[in-house]
Design a binder for this molecule. Structure first.
Ligand SMILES: NC(=O)c1ccc[n+]([C@@H]2O[C@H](COP(=O)([O-])OP(=O)(O)OC[C@H]3O[C@@H](n4cnc5c(N)ncnc54)[C@H](O)[C@@H]3O)[C@@H](O)[C@H]2O)c1
Length: 356
């Protein structure tokens, strides 16, 4: 069995909590090189995780290290540049979301990968989640009838609010990041993954909290002045009177509504939760039998991890197929996110051009 060698850039929260330990537990992959622009961070982490190579810049890592796949878990604003360098160096790519900030950049990456016959897989990973796959199967089999609308919450209280961080969270409030690109990308990927491409978008957006205070971690107490909107409410038109609503914000300190994603159809409702014990609920209304009610599908949920996008990428390379986390789908979501701001500025509905 080939052991796929991974180079990882961006030694932050998600890499340490998930990607490095999880990839190193795969039988057919190992992380052999780490890179971070904060001096000595990759070195300290290479000692922590027992990885021999460490670098302070991506160029050094790409020119000296002999790995097969680059995993990019760096800050959002650096994704496009790092991803392009990796493809140009002949590496297969797994990029954290969004892999670019504009449709133009996303197209450059898609074409570069195609030209070089490289595989590219893009987070978020929702399309691989067992409960999302099951919901998609139920929708495609018309179990809840014609879809009227979908509601998805893509918000939390802010990266400075509830997460322990040993890296300064200020970058989340800089241009190119913010809750739309950090969180909205999750909800938009889920609803488009389930219902298909969007035809047009409308939105409301603004800065709700003018100053943020870091509440834990190494930067506890640090004040952050947001330079991007911390609250965007998005409305999507899928055509045929099927609509979507996604809230993308750092303004939800808590919520007890109990569900993240709800899909309402003419014959019932689907509710998807991140609660591992109660991931999917189905409400069915059977007109012929006059039987209606809630049920939980009998499914033995398989194990699922954050790094399974990398696992799928490896399988895609070995089987010479497209990865399931498609770059064209990711580009469609990038277009929606950008057009939300155009819709806000022009106070009208904006057409979406890309498809997947
Ligand atoms: N933390 C989470 O729960 C989470 C969950 C899902 C996805 N993500 C995504 O993962 C990515 C990283 O998030 P995080 O929370 O781990 O952030 P983080 O701030 O903890 O870590 C980012 C790391 O990237 C490094 N970095 C930035 N620019 C770089 C460059 N040009 N070259 C090398 N290193 C660079 C930073 O120094 C930092 O160590 C983001 O795209 C984020 O949206 C995070």
């Amino acid at each position: 069995m080939k052991k796929w060698c991974i180079g990882l850039v961006g030694c932050g929260s998600i890499a340490g909590a998930h990607y490095i330990p999880e990839i190193n537990s795969f039988p057919n992959a190992k992380v052999i090189a780490l890179c971070d622009i904060i001096p000595h961070r990759a070195k300290i982490w290479s000692e922590r995780f027992g990885i021999s190579e460490s670098y302070e810049d991506i160029d050094g890592m790409l020119s000296k290290s002999n790995f097969d796949i680059l995993v990019n878990t760096a800050s959002i604003q650096s994704h496009f540049k790092i991803d392009l360098k990796a493809l140009k160096a002949g590496k297969h790519l797994y990029s954290q979301k969004p892999f670019a900030t504009t449709v133009k950049e996303a197209t450059i990456l898609i074409e570069e990968a195609k030209r070089r016959n490289l595989k590219m897989s893009i987070s978020p990973i929702h399309i691989l989640r067992p409960e999302i796959k099951e919901a998609k199967r139920l929708i495609e089999n018309n179990i809840i009838g014609k879809i009227a609308f979908v509601k998805c919450s893509s918000s939390h209280g802010g990266p400075e609010y509830f997460q322990y961080r040993d890296v300064d969270p200020s970058w989340f409030y800089e241009p190119g990041a913010g809750p739309m690109f950090d969180l909205g990308v999750h909800g938009l990927t889920q609803v488009t993954g389930l219902l298909g491409p969007v035809k047009s978008v409308q939105a409301l957006s603004g800065i709700s909290e003018k100053i943020r205070t870091t509440r834990s971690g190494v930067f506890d107490g640090k004040k952050i002045v947001p330079k991007v909107d911390d609250l965007t409410l998005v409305m999507l038109d899928f055509g045929n009177a099927t609509f979507g609503f996604v809230d993308c914000s750092y303004c939800v300190k808590a919520s007890n509504k109990g569900s993240d994603l709800e899909i309402f159809g003419s014959g019932g409702t689907l509710v998807i939760r991140e609660d591992v014990n109660n991931r999917l609920q189905l409400y069915l209304d059977n007109f012929e039998t006059n039987v209606r009610g809630w049920m939980s599908p009998i499914v033995q949920w398989p194990e699922f991890k954050q790094s399974y996008g990398v696992k799928d990428l490896i399988e895609a390379i070995e089987q010479n197929r497209e990865p399931l986390l498609s770059a064209k789908h990711a580009r469609h979501v990038i277009e929606i996110m950008n057009k939300c701001y155009v819709a806000v500025k022009e106070k009208r509905s904006i057409k979406i051009e890309t498809i997947f």
